[in-house]
Ligand binder design. Structure first.
Ligand code: ST9
Ligand code: ZN
Ligand code: ZN
Length: 341
């Protein structure tokens, strides 16, 4: 293997820690789940605060999805190259979320060089899912306070809420309170993250809408109308929904071979659509594994991408979990759905 993958990585005490990779990696025993999930937090008793609808978001999300449905009608009429281009934009924006905002910036599961971080930040703007700083902050609260009031997309509030509803209402005060106490110094210290935050609106306009629309028109004579709806609107909506399915479907449907006491599940359908991010029971159990799955690169385009950039010398320090630790954990807390080897 061209990449220095430690078999077991001695984890920092929280998923948002900035501790550098240990070298050589220290071997650790199984870690209790509450190293990543803060069990000391208790939801407030009594009536929940009233949900405050954000009509602007409801209208914009509704309009986006109507426009995406219209775009589906256009699909048979666009040029094959436009199809290819839209798929490329899907992949690029998805990687900006999976390899970028998620595995690199939220979990620090590997180390990326500056050119790679710039590439991932640009790809992330194409995905238009909030800037990296906000995305990673919300995701760290999601892991630490999963399925509680302090989780931005608390899946115990139902499929719709965890899928998209959480973007249509004001956040529960506990999300902001707990999120405000996280250590985000690593994100603040990364100039690429802060630059993307500063120029976020302009970068989204360019990467998510203008470039996907103009390229097919300029290079192979597609109509601006077709390329806007297929490569910008439809592609954007598909990436959004593939991402949201990790929060909704992968917190509800599937088996729990690593930890039956938590909601997140292994969902291969989601893993396919979200380029390797549906092995969610594994991911919530071992959130520091750069592969977010026991199966490495198999069925995991994002892991293939990270392996490739490691091979090219653009990334390093990929954290993994040893088979022994995985099997011990499976025996101790799994639902028995995958036999321990
Ligand atoms: C989108 C995000 O889609 C998707 C994320 C998905 C995550 C998935 C994770 C799964 C695993 C990875 C899998 C990847 C798979 C990818 C597959 C790809 C094929 N802590 O926000 P405000 C502060 S976005 C600390 O306005 P409201 C905040 O700083 C889609 N503080 O809250 C601010 O303070 P200040 C496009 C926090 O008013 C204040 O609170 N975007 C935190 O409740 C108010 O902040 C949209 O649709 C925190 N966690 O509004 C719009 N949070 O004033 C998105 C907030 O001092 N958002 N604060 O600056 C909004 O419009 C609003 O945030 C809102 C809530 C309406 C939702
Ligand atoms: Zn989750
Ligand atoms: Zn995560």
């Amino acid at each position: 293997m061209p990449v220095p993958f430690p078999s077991v990585y001695n984890m920092p005490s929280a998923p948002n820690s900035t501790e550098p990779a240990a070298s050589p990696p220290e071997f650790v025993d199984e870690r209790p789940v509450d190293d990543f999930f803060d069990t000391s937090y208790k939801e407030k008793l009594g009536a929940k605060p009233a949900m405050k609808l954000v009509w602007r978001n409801i209208i914009l999300m509704g309009a986006l999805h109507f426009a995406a449905l219209y775009s589906v009608i256009l699909v048979p009429f666009v040029k094959p190259l436009t199809w290819l281009w839209a798929s490329g934009c899907f992949l690029l924006s998805a990687l900006g979320v999976t390899a970028g905002a998620h595995r690199l910036w939220s979990h620090r599961s590997y180390t990326a060089s500056t050119p790679l971080r710039v590439f991932l930040a640009i790809a992330n703007s194409m995905a238009f899912q909030n800037h990296i700083f906000e995305w990673a902050r919300d995701h760290r609260v999601h892991h630490k306070f999963s399925e509680t009031d302090a989780d931005p997309h608390n899946a115990t509030r139902g499929f719709f809420f965890s899928h998209v509803g959480w973007l249509m209402v004001r956040k529960h005060p506990d999300v902001i309170d707990k999120g405000g106490k996280l250590d985000l110094s690593d994100l603040k210290a990364d100039p690429v993250v802060m630059l993307q935050k500063k120029y976020y609106k302009r970068s989204v306009l360019l990467m998510c809408f203008i470039i996907p629309t103009v390229v097919p028109w300029y290079f192979w004579g597609e109509t601006l109308w077709n390329s806007y709806f297929v490569a910008a609107i439809l592609r954007y909506t598909l990436v959004l929904n593939a991402t949201w399915l990790v929060n909704s479907a992968a917190h509800m449907f599937g088996n729990r071979p690593y930890d039956r006491w938590i909601n997140p599940r292994e969902n291969r359908f989601v893993a396919f659509g979200a380029i390797g991010e549906g092995f969610h029971n594994y991911h919530h159990t071992f959130p520091y594994d750069y592969s977010t799955s026991e199966y490495g690169w198999r069925g995991n385009i994002t892991t293939c991408f990270i392996n490739t950039v490691c091979y090219l010398g653009l990334a390093s320090n990929c954290k993994t979990v040893s088979k022994e630790v995985i099997q011990a954990r499976r025996r101790r807390t799994g639902d028995g759905s995958i036999r321990s080897g």
